[in-house]
Design a protein around this ligand. Structure first.
Ligand SMILES: C[S@@+](CC[C@H](N)C(=O)[O-])C[C@H]1O[C@@H](n2cnc3c(N)ncnc32)[C@H](O)[C@@H]1O
Length: 218
């Protein structure tokens, strides 16, 4: 719990002011978020959970795109959630989208939202901010219903981009506590094997991002 409190404090300090300009500035470099939303494709009545929902930007867009699905989000930062709640209400989506404060490495959605399982769980530029990201993947797959899907978009290894770009981007990202996870594909392959799930992995935008979809059996 002490670790979670420290993480919440760090995120709140970073986002207290940034949250007001977050969506306007991030649209240029959090690439692939809309690609992930296009690929969510929940069925009517499905429940979709975003882990690390931030300002609620993705939840609002997805809720508009899939009006017959229900959306839930968790984030460790109370500051980000204050913005998310305001935006969701402003968009008239409070009946379709619910958010709550929780640590992605140990959350209990049954207590938060009254439901343990989801047909879709997604993470957008979140695992690169969480040191215990492997625990997040583990808990996310445990939250999937039979046939459910976990979708992840995050920073990649920038393999296809000019050599000078990589160290500059890494240095800049480190200012925001962001660390691209080079072992994501390996980790998700092992996880998919263990769960008898199928895995799709891509490196869009010349490796700027990495995208994964794990589909549970059933
Ligand atoms: C880069 S932002 C991405 C927000 C949103 N997913 C998007 O695509 O715009 C990462 C988010 O993860 C949250 N976060 C960081 N560590 C977390 C943790 N341990 N548990 C839950 N959320 C966390 C931060 O507070 C922040 O809102």
């Amino acid at each position: 719990m002490t670790g979670a409190l420290a993480a919440a404090g760090a995120m709140d300090r970073m986002y207290r002011h940034q949250r007001h300009i977050y969506d306007a500035t991030r649209k240029y470099y959090l690439l692939g978020r809309d690609l992930l939303i296009d690929r969510l494709r929940p069925q009517p009545g499905d429940a979709v959970l975003e882990i690390g929902c931030g300002t609620g930007r993705n939840l609002i867009r997805a809720a508009r795109q899939y009006p017959q699905a229900r959306f839930f989000g968790i984030d460790i930062s109370g500051e980000m959630l204050a913005t998310a709640r305001g935006r969701i209400a402003q968009a008239g989506l409070s009946a379709q989208v619910q958010v709550a404060q929780a640590d992605a490495t140990s959350f209990e959605t049954e207590k938060l939202f009254g439901r343990a399982l989801f047909q879709r769980v997604f993470m957008s530029y979140t695992i690169s901010m969480i040191p215990r990201w492997r625990a997040v993947l583990e808990q996310s797959t445990a939250s999937l219903s039979d046939g459910g899907e976990l979708l992840v978009i995050d920073f990649g290894g920038q393999e296809g981009l000019p050599g000078w770009f990589r160290p500059v981007l890494r240095k800049w990202l480190s200012l925001f506590h962001v660390m691209p996870r080079a072992e994501l594909e390996l980790e998700m392959t092992v996880l998919a094997d263990r769960k008898d799930a199928s895995l799709t992995f891509e490196r869009p935008y010349r490796g700027y991002a990495q995208y994964a979809k794990l589909k549970m059996p059933g």
